[in-house]
Design a protein around this ligand. Structure first.
Ligand SMILES: [Zn+2]
Length: 229
């Protein structure tokens, strides 16, 4: 599992337990041969570190562990069975838990979905709204289904990802287009610093976002249908 996948997994586990809490999660593996993990709440973020030993463990182990750590952090009572499950999984998978020396190569994203091709959508929007100014980053459908992070753009990784829940015949093309348009605005409008904080959806961003022709329609559609995807 990559750090990126761990982050996504933690975010999903967290919002399953605390759907009302809006907290950013920073998750990473850290080099350790032991099975010590840590979680803390710092500067408005939950920082979680999982021992490198578990990088190759099945997802269910990490999921269970994260659940335990999150509950612990907010001082919730933890069902004994959860610990039991965690230990049982570990015992069963002991052979997988060798310390990993090299990180696996980062997973390859694919831009060609079953229903939508992100390359084509990017090119169309770049032409229609950005005068073909934007350099195309690596485009991809997310590796896992995400209902929380509908899309993201990382300038550092030169990567633009759209949640794979939208690669579906239930989804109008204007919705995928809007999500892509939003992320493309991030390429065009770098974050501005306001009072020492990075503001990524500033005033100009919001104005330009509303220029997307089907903006209201798409927002309504998302409100109504996101949970059903
Ligand atoms: Zn955004």
């Amino acid at each position: 599992m990559t750090d990126h996948a761990l982050n996504q997994l933690c975010q999903e586990v967290f919002s399953d337990i605390f759907p009302e809490k809006q907290v950013k999660i920073e998750a990473s593996f850290y080099p350790s041969r032991s099975l010590k993990h840590s979680v803390k709440f710092q500067n408005g973020k939950v920082k979680i570190r999982i021992a490198e030993t578990l990088r190759s463990a099945p997802e269910i182990i990490i999921k269970t562990l994260c659940t335990i750590l999150f509950l612990k952090l907010f001082r919730f009572k933890i069902d004994r069975r959860l610990y039991q499950h965690y230990r049982e999984y570990l015992e069963k998978n002991a052979h997988l838990l060798q310390p990993v020396k090299k990180r696996p190569p980062s997973p390859r994203y694919s831009s060609v979905g079953i229903y939508f091709n992100l390359e084509k959508i990017f090119e169309r929007l770049n032409h229609a709204f950005f005068e073909n100014r934007l350099q195309k980053p690596v485009l991809g459908w997310s590796l896992k289904k995400s209902y929380r992070r509908l899309g993201f753009y990382s300038g550092e990784k030169n990567l633009l990802v759209i949640s794979r829940i939208f690669d579906s015949k239930k989804v109008p093309e204007s919705v995928v287009e809007y999500l892509m348009y939003h992320e493309m605005l991030h390429i065009d409008l770098p974050a501005v610093k306001v009072n020492h904080r990075r503001r990524i959806h500033g005033a100009e961003f919001k104005i330009r976002e509303r220029l997307y022709p089907h903006y209201d329609e798409v927002q309504k559609w998302l409100k109504k249908n996101l949970k059903r995807l």
